[in-house]
Design a protein around this ligand. Structure first.
Ligand SMILES: [Zn+2]
Length: 292
């Protein structure tokens, strides 16, 4: 790579989440050189959020001691229907499988549940580029109502929003939990990490709620494995990151129980090692592919 620093040789990955916008600048070999984070403030509307994305990118550029003209592309991973394009490549680069045909399923459990599919080494997008809505697979037809209007979607059962909702409702109905001791009765500042703390301090109620979410996630993994026969399923997002020790073993066990014999028993089911950088890395990979 004999490129000089005056060339536009950097790409930007943006992880547009329901709570925060995170952007990262990556060099040609997809090593990240700088990042920035701002809150999303989705309630201010689309234009305001777009402005905040731009500011976040500018901050990351500044943080990296670069200028905007040194950027050649931006890839944005966003929640909702447009997730398919960016979400599908989020996890690929840390596998070192870039040159091989590969089948990968990514599941990201956060505010909602996002996902992406890489089939034959290519991001799968579907007819209208909205494929890979893993979070809206119906897991329990009698389950709670989902934001999409259906009942019992994976996201309505196992996302952070669903887990928090369940805990808050139970507390309102008199359930005792260490969480209220830690955070007060309204649980306003509840975070995924608090669930881990409560479980480690012996809170059986929180443990049960998280276990159930892990079981639903295991069922979702099994459905995807039975359908797609991937080599690997990667789980990431804030909930998995905060609760990997509590959830991964249950997810894997439940998935293995439900995966059909003979099809994909040797599938790897692992937690993402990219952590918070998964979204921005995916965006950068996308930007790199599109500007080749
Ligand atoms: Zn749904």
């Amino acid at each position: 790579m004999a490129e000089t620093s005056t060339k536009a040789e950097y790409v930007v990955g943006v992880d547009l989440g329901g709570t925060k916008i995170y952007s990262g600048i990556f060099d040609n070999s997809l090593e990240y050189v700088g990042t920035a984070k701002v809150s999303t403030k989705a309630q201010r509307g689309t234009d305001a959020v777009i402005e905040r994305i731009a500011r976040c990118v500018q901050d990351a550029v500044d943080e990296s001691d670069l200028s905007l003209k040194q950027l050649r592309g931006i890839g944005v991973g966003a929640p909702g229907a447009v997730d398919a394009e960016a979400g599908s490549v989020i996890f690929a680069p840390n596998l070192g499988w870039r040159d091989k045909p590969r089948h990968v399923v990514g599941i990201f459990v956060g505010t909602g549940i996002g996902g992406g599919l890489v089939l034959n080494g290519e991001p799968y997008r579907g007819a209208n580029h909205t494929g890979g809505e893993i979070g809206h697979m119906v897991i329990d037809v009698d389950g709670p109502k989902c934001s999409c209007g259906n009942k019992g979607c994976f996201e309505a059962l196992a996302s952070r929003t669903a887990i928090f909702q369940q805990i808050k409702t139970a507390v309102k109905n008199g359930q005792k939990t260490l969480l209220t001791e830690m955070l007060g009765n309204d649980l306003e500042d509840l975070r995924s990490g608090d669930l881990r703390k409560a479980i480690r301090r012996g809170d059986k109620f929180v443990e049960k709620v998280v276990e159930e979410a892990a079981e639903y996630t295991g069922i979702a993994v099994a459905n995807l494995v039975n359908l797609l026969n991937p080599e690997i399923v990667v789980l990431g997002g804030g909930v998995i990151e905060a609760l990997a020790d509590e959830m991964m073993a249950i997810i894997v066990e439940m998935a293995r129980d439900c995966i059909l014999s003979g099809t994909s028993k040797d599938v790897q089911i692992i937690a993402s090692t990219l952590g918070d950088n998964a979204g921005i890395t995916g965006g950068a990979v996308l930007a790199k592919r599109l500007t080749k």
